[in-house]
Design a protein around this ligand. Sequence first.
Ligand code: KIV
Ligand code: ZN
Length: 513
Amino acid sequence: MSDNQNMRRIYVFDTTLRDGEQSPGCTMNLRDKLLVAEHLEELRVDVIEGGFAIASSGDLESVKAIAGVVKNAAVASLCRALPKDIDCAWEAVRGARHPRIHTFIATSPIHMEYKLKMAPDEVFSQAVAMVAYARNLCGDVEFSLEDCSRSERPFIYRVVEGVIAAGARTVNIPDTVGYAVPEQFGQLITDIRANVPNIGLARLSVHCHDDLGLAVANSLAAVRAGADQVECTVNGIGERAGNTSLEEVVMTLHTRREFYQADTGIDTTKIYSTSRCVVNVTGSKVQANKAIVGENAFAHEAGIHQHGVMANPLTYEIMTPESIGLPRNKMVLGKHSGRHAFENRLQELGFRLEAARVTELFAKFKDLADRKKTVGDADIEALAHDVQTMVTEHVKLDRFNVTASNVVTPVSTIRLNRDGKLIEQVAASDGPINASFKAISQLLGVKVQLETFQLTAITGGADAQCEATVRVRDGARVYHGRGISTDVIEASILAYLQALNVLLEEDGAKPAK
Ligand code: KIV
Ligand code: ZN
């Protein structure tokens, strides 16, 4: 938070649920989105972009649901600069306490010629007309010049001036393809400020992609040059290489606020739990050396560093782990740990569970602690994820048997319990896991495409649990599943079944064949 009257307040526009969700593998269901929105509120972001309402009925419903629960932040929906898109965005956000319509059109020569097939004058007129149209519906309208960093200066100035005159309260300058470099991007913001006469009537925003690894640097250069709002995502997830990472831009402004003479309104102590929540709902992990939220971000391995930090943390630490909500001395959890310590750790890891669910989880934790000496955060996250997902188990694994070797074709026999009825199937394939998935699909009569499959040892050691994650596709619908076991085949079967249980739930669970 700003501690100096002259500090500029930078607004944080979070697009984890829109641009972030658009990235491969980050699809979230409604429950996941509501949980992320709850975290974003606690983090005190200024704007939550809930989705792209016209993209599907599911997107429309989730933006509506987010709009219904968020209290302090503005809730935005993205829409193309077209009346039917704007109407749909308005339908999605109108129930919010602070609704925002975020509309856009591309302004670069390449996008106008090849994608829009429109002349610059037509793009200008449409941008202005659609901002006016949106303003008739909603008092808070943001306009984005898609691919602005590759657009021509005079046209940028003309469009920015025109949309502000038509009522846009925020004008966003995206580096859509991640092409900009900091000096140039900062100069673009300076030039817009200098050449658009009515710029003082709107907030200037930036939205950077990370194709060259420069999204955060570009956003910060823009802040230095006078941008008021930064668009970003938790853990930097987003299209292709991702978006500006919220935690990096926020902690840079916070740690170097004297340099920037600017800060955000973010409660930085909620950063770690929000980051873990996004990892857990998307299954998209952050690398160990990721700034701020990576596993090693605050780990001092070298003896000389450890010695210095013990004598005075400032020797090697420019910010404290506590400032992002990461306790310095984490208690090791094991079979003697109490429910209170366990519940605290769940909170730190971003889980928000009802008391009954915590009780259920605590029993599972005790059971695991009996088998393992210490239970790590990754173990807890894996257990809690299952409980939080709350997938209705239309089908459960009753038992499985696989025969596999390098001389015969692997065969799997799967017996499932579907609504109390046991059903069994045998299938052969090129591997025991594939054979198991095949048997399950045949039993349930579903034809899905396995898009991704990952196996990870959750914690080191011979007693490590294994986590399997799958992403399956059924036409346009994508489902995630996660399974944990000390047996890799069982973990894989459980993950596959979890994904299919969500599919069955959506399809109104057909009866057993
Ligand atoms: O990258 C981009 O240009 C966008 C806009 C539509 C804001 O996501
Ligand atoms: Zn984007």
